[in-house]
Design a binder for this molecule. Structure first.
Ligand SMILES: [Zn+2]
Length: 300
């Protein structure tokens, strides 16, 4: 193979760019169009961010009240399991009463989760603490567990309830738990850093590229030298990149576009360049052409 090597700079391989939204291959025109659309979206995100801080607080309070209501319904359903009867509702069979309370439980839970997610989109928290970020964004799942699992356990352990009622009501509760958990999960969870990055820099807001086969970084330029040997790229929004695990902006793309480190983007040291097959000499050649990065990233 070494005899094929020429002193001239190797031409970058031809790239195939696939849309993260549609999975279809994108032409140059498609990408330009998508960038235009994304720019509109990032303006909308900026507008959402400009919503008064108080609005997200109100949404959170609403979510918590609805969740408390959901758990109260669960408590009522549990009371029926343990034999408590409500005088005003004696016309309804206990099994149906349990189902009614579970449905109310689910409705309140889902409404609460929607408000919670909306609040998170207006005022996202920092993604730096991964555990806290996950818990905060998936609070709906945690509340779903609290709102159904104790009921299911107490129902199944109860010796007074007949087998048929147990079977029917526990199936209803498990389905409700599943619906509640899915509705509580935020498929578009956004960190404060991502929101800032998407709005702070017009290049990122218009869309980014990442390697289809792996890695953790994303790029502003399709022509980034670290992608010279990469054929398969994806194009999409910064959030789509994050969903696929590409959460860091490429060090070189950040430098080239002068994206501030204040937006929370982690710099990527050279030895972690995504495509490790990039030839060292090629990298060096690029450094002499462009301004070589400093040994250490200057502190922000
Ligand atoms: Zn790059």
């Amino acid at each position: 193979m070494s005899e094929n090597k020429t002193p001239e700079k190797k031409a970058p391989v031809k790239k195939k760019v696939v849309s993260a939204s549609t999975g279809k291959e994108m032409s140059k025109e498609d990408i330009a169009q998508a960038k235009k659309e994304n720019a509109k979206v990032s303006q909308a995100v900026a507008a959402a961010q400009a919503a008064p801080e108080g609005k997200s607080k109100k949404l959170r309070i609403g979510a918590i009240l609805l969740w408390i209501g959901a758990i109260a319904c669960e408590v009522l359903a549990v009371m029926i399991v343990v034999g408590k009867r409500f005088p005003g509702l004696s016309a309804i069979k206990p099994m149906w009463l349990m189902i009614i309370f579970l449905v109310l439980d689910l409705i309140l839970l889902v409404l609460g989760s929607q408000l919670w997610k909306k609040a998170n989109h207006i005022a996202p928290i920092s993604g730096k603490n991964k555990v806290k970020f996950w818990i905060w964004n998936n609070m709906g799942i945690i509340v779903a567990a609290i709102a159904f699992i104790p009921f299911i356990v107490l129902l199944l352990l109860n010796k007074e309830v007949d087998a048929k009622t147990k079977a029917i009501v526990s199936i209803v509760a498990v389905i409700a738990l599943a619906i509640g958990a899915v509705s509580g999960y935020d498929f578009n969870s956004l960190s404060k850093e991502q929101l800032l990055a998407a709005t702070a820099d017009e290049h990122i807001g218009q869309g980014v590229y990442w390697i289809t086969t792996g890695g953790t970084v994303y790029h502003i330029d399709q022509e980034c030298f670290t992608l010279n040997n990469t054929e398969d790229l994806k194009f999409g929004t910064i959030n789509q990149a994050a969903e696929e695990g590409h959460t860091r902006l490429c060090y070189y793309c950040a430098k080239r576009h002068d994206v501030s480190s204040e937006v929370g983007i982690e710099a990527q040291p050279f030895n972690e360049v995504e495509d490790t097959t990039v030839l060292e000499e090629e990298a060096e050649a690029t450094f002499t052409e462009e301004n070589a990065p400093a040994e250490e990233e200057p502190a922000a």
